[in-house]
Design a protein around this ligand. Structure first.
Ligand code: ZN
Ligand code: ZN
Length: 443
């Protein structure tokens, strides 16, 4: 990389000088770093489990997000989250990385306002375009993290071809996507899951994979997911426009795909449960697009530590939400109990959804409006899959297993608008929450 404007001085050493020039050019006057706003109340050191709010799918300037990771981390910390996982595409926030200065100034202006006392290293690339150096997570983590109050986790979105994307968390080395043709998407999911599942940290802890947005590019079907035994997590909600959480007039929603996978797995395959996450997949922090604050997980853990958060998720002790908050959700013996944290003037519908043993497993191709088969899409199954066993409009409700359910999961829909976290504008749907599938006897 040449730095033509500044003679033979190395890019990094010269960064301060160039930045001074760049700041003048951009009209940016950096101020003193303001004190960080108070985070949520700290938990005492006891081991009573509590709920921790986290977003586990986040992009920044390290890939195709439109803001600095520090600004993004601060946004989540200031908006009631206790943890955030950075999941840029096929990259970890470590090492040296330069990015061309964004044309829009919003991110730079926010950075100046929030972190004015900090220098931003810059240089010119071969095309004499200004670049800035991105700060690795290890260098800014301490500024935001607080024990038992806020945690930043290094992750990555293993971004393969043809819309095959998987999240992996708490990494210290990169996991590469396997590649393949469109016809090999099922194989690609399986192989990427295997690579992530093989990943062990220095303590030997295993990692799990989350399949992202199955309906993005209509890439992933229930039939691809069901037989992959180690695929135990997927996104039932992802905030990006174009990921088609709700399917379309003919094709299955992610919620429906969940039931189909669970029924196929827990029926003939005798396989494992599939858990659902809601995530922001945040890319756009200045309004619109895939904004932050729309979908997250609430994880029940005694402490706010990466290993304990991931262990709790591994046990299924979490729920996904786009706004509905639960005081409690649990199975006690043969009963599932749900208690909603009510908001003023908001009504709730709690549905207990599941599939019974002996369900009709037959399926037929999914057809479009003209009766033509839609290729590479989840097949059409009977309504015995994903039956609503019970409904309640109460804040507290329960469901008693009758004994013939393969699984039961909880879906709550409120009358409150689902809104964007930056603009506060309604997104055209209502707030929801999804509990994890439960079975009478834990496997
Ligand atoms: Zn993705
Ligand atoms: Zn993403």
């Amino acid at each position: 990389m040449q730095t033509t404007s500044i003679d033979r001085v190395s890019p990094i050493a010269s960064a301060q000088r160039v930045w001074g020039w760049a700041a003048a050019l951009l009209g940016l006057a950096f101020l003193v770093l303001p004190a960080l706003a108070e985070g949520p109340k700290a938990n005492s050191a006891d081991a009573t489990p509590r709920w921790w709010r986290g977003n586990m799918h986040t992009h920044t300037f390290w890939s195709d997000g439109d803001d600095f990771p520090e600004t993004v981390g601060k946004w989540y910390k200031d908006h009631g989250y206790q943890f955030l996982v950075y999941t840029d595409h096929n990259v970890l926030l470590k090492g040296e990385r330069w990015k061309r200065m964004p044309e829009k100034r919003q991110a730079l202006e926010k950075y100046r306002d929030l972190f004015g006392g900090r220098s931003l290293q810059t240089r010119l690339d071969e095309a004499r375009q200004m670049q800035m150096r991105l700060v690795p997570l290890s260098d800014f983590r301490a500024e935001f993290e607080e024990p038992q109050r806020f945690l930043l986790i290094m992750g990555s979105e293993i971004t393969d071809k043809h819309g095959v994307h998987l999240l992996a968390f708490d990494l210290d080395k990169r996991v590469s996507p396997v590649g393949g043709s469109a016809a090999e998407r099922g194989k690609m999911v399986r192989e990427n899951v295997r690579r992530i599942s093989e990943y062990r940290d220095h303590k030997g802890s295993q990692r799990f994979a989350v399949l992202c947005h199955p309906n993005y590019k209509w890439a992933i079907t229930a039939e691809m997911m069901a037989p992959i035994a180690d695929l135990r997590f997927f996104e039932v909600y992802n905030s990006s426009p174009g990921v088609r959480n709700d399917g379309d007039a003919h094709r299955a929603s992610t919620d429906r795909i969940w039931d189909i996978v669970l029924a196929l797995r827990l029926g003939a395959m005798k396989g494992k449960l599939l858990y659902g996450l809601a995530t922001d997949d945040a890319h756009n922090y200045h309004g619109g697009g895939a904004g932050p604050g729309r979908g997250w997980v609430m994880v029940r853990s005694p402490r706010l530590e990466p290993e304990m958060i991931l262990d709790a998720m591994d046990r299924g002790d979490f729920y996904a939400t786009t706004g509905v908050i639960l005081r409690d959700i649990r199975r006690q013996g043969n009963t599932i109990r749900v208690e909603i944290e009510p908001q003023d003037g908001v009504k709730y519908l709690t549905e207990y959804v599941g599939t019974r043993r002996g369900f009709d497993p037959s399926s037929k191709p999914t057809l479009d409006a003209s009766g033509k088969e839609i290729s590479n899409t989840t097949r059409t199954y009977s309504r015995q899959i994903g039956e609503v066993f019970a409904r309640s409009e109460d804040i507290s409700s329960s469901y008693r297993f009758s004994g013939d359910e393969l699984y039961v999961r909880v879906r709550i829909t409120s009358t409150a608008d689902h809104v964007d976290g930056v603009t506060g504008k309604p997104l055209g749907s209502k707030q929801r929450a999804w509990g994890q599938p439960m079975i009478l006897r834990p496997r």
